[in-house]
Ligand binder design. Structure first.
Ligand SMILES: *[C@@H]1O[C@H](CO)[C@@H](O)[C@H](O)[C@H]1NC(C)=O
Length: 387
């Protein structure tokens, strides 16, 4: 209820529902075959079970998008805001900072894909509102609304904005030429964050810290632009692809632990789920845009580490591995969901056993979240389950 993050956990998977739902349907089929075979109507029942489960996830995502819009969007402020101060809100009126704001926009975009036209006005309003963050000085977005002298600018936030602008450019009901031109401009800003001496993307314009999220999200943004056949004014399409390849390899060289998981940054930190998830996403896009024989094994290693309930993406404080779930819940988990669904899309055909394991985890987690972290009073999802 405090943080509109989970919307995307559900919605990120809607474009891939045929993939995920094939797994759900298969589980149902297993049960239904036993029950229904004597009646001779297995096929019919199986088909309707599949249709039901697909619609249920999409329906929940669309319902939740309407719900969070009504709850968090304030038309007077042209901003997502909430009633209580939180770690991601600023100011007297508790407006959300750029990262959660843009995650909200991404949720709207996925809902729009599921129900064309239904969220077009909201998307227009939300993109207009994000202009409050824009700095003409940097050609980038500040973490909180821009004012002269504001240089509180994160590269990972800006990569998320580029990704959202490009997603909008691909959706016919909301596409607008200004989204693509802005995305290109901000991409040129992103590339100024590369540490030419040590490698890796800086996290913030005024800090030397180099992180997994800034590097992997920039790779994703750049590869999405390249996938659209685009370039920027500073870089050709081939230069963008070469940059992304170097960035992803830097993460694997410098931030991949013996466990196979990606750590938060140079110098350590937690293994947030998105560190591994976005890196996986970038590897998948790289394979799509510019395939090479090394990428499948690199992606496979990340997937196996992410799915292993003995490793630290899972809450290892839970003794019984059967009851372990990914540990950071709605904060970052949607980005792991996305990496895993992208793996399924790009590498799935020749890795059916891995895809089956991915389906199992996504299905388990989606069910868990709907059961335990959804607030039945208002239908919104909380950040995590409290004891
Ligand atoms: C999961 O990780 C543990 C500990 O690192 C390892 O012993 C085990 O073989 C892994 N399981 C799979 C299925 O990869």
């Amino acid at each position: 209820m405090f943080y509109p993050n989970f919307v995307w956990s559900l919605l990120a998977i809607t474009p891939f529902l045929q993939v995920v739902d094939a797994g759900i349907a298969r589980n149902l089929e297993g049960k239904l075959v036993r029950v229904m075979t004597p009646l001779g109507v297995t096929q019919v029942r199986h088909r309707s079970a599949r249709a039901m489960s697909e619609n249920a996830l999409v329906r929940e995502g669309v319902r939740l998008t309407s719900g969070f819009w009504d709850y968090f969007w304030d038309p007077d402020y042209q901003h997502f805001r909430t009633t209580r101060k939180g770690s991601e809100t600023v100011g007297e009126w508790n407006g959300y900072t750029l990262w959660p704001y843009i995650i909200g926009v991404e949720a709207l975009l996925e809902a729009e894909v599921a129900r064309p036209g239904q969220f077009a006005n909201e998307i227009t309003a939300a993109f207009a509102g994000v202009e409050k963050f824009f700095s003409v000085e940097y050609n980038a977005y500040t973490a909180w609304v821009y004012f002269p002298g504001n240089s509180d600018i994160y590269y990972d936030d800006n990569a998320q904005v580029v990704i959202a602008l490009l997603r909008a450019s691909e959706i016919p009901t909301v596409s607008n030429a200004k989204y693509l031109s802005r995305a290109k401009k901000v991409t040129d800003f992103l590339l100024t964050g590369w540490d030419a001496t040590n490698g890796g993307m800086k996290w913030h314009v005024e800090m030397a810290t180099r992180n997994a999220c800034s590097t992997s999200l920039t790779a994703v943004a750049v590869l999405k632009l390249a996938r659209m056949g685009q370039r920027t004014s500073g870089k050709t399409r081939n230069e963008l692809i070469a940059f992304a390849r170097t960035a992803v390899q830097w993460i694997l060289n410098e931030l991949q632990l013996d466990s196979g998981l990606i750590v938060d940054g140079v110098g350590g930190g937690p293994t947030y789920t998105y560190n591994t998830g976005i890196t996986l996403h970038a590897l998948c896009l790289l394979q799509e845009v510019s395939p090479s024989p090394d990428l499948a094994a690199k992606a496979q290693r990340l997937v196996e580490a992410a799915l292993n309930r003995s490793k630290s993406l899972f809450d290892t404080t839970v003794a019984n591995t059967e009851y372990r779930y990914w540990w950071d819940f709605t904060f970052f988990l949607h980005l792991l969901f996305e990496g895993l669904t992208e793996y399924t899309r790009v590498f799935g055909a020749s890795n059916q056993a891995t895809v089956a394991k991915i389906r199992t985890e996504l299905t388990r987690h989606t069910a868990y979240m709907q059961k335990y972290i959804k607030d039945d009073n208002d239908g919104l999802y909380v950040l995590r389950r409290s004891a």
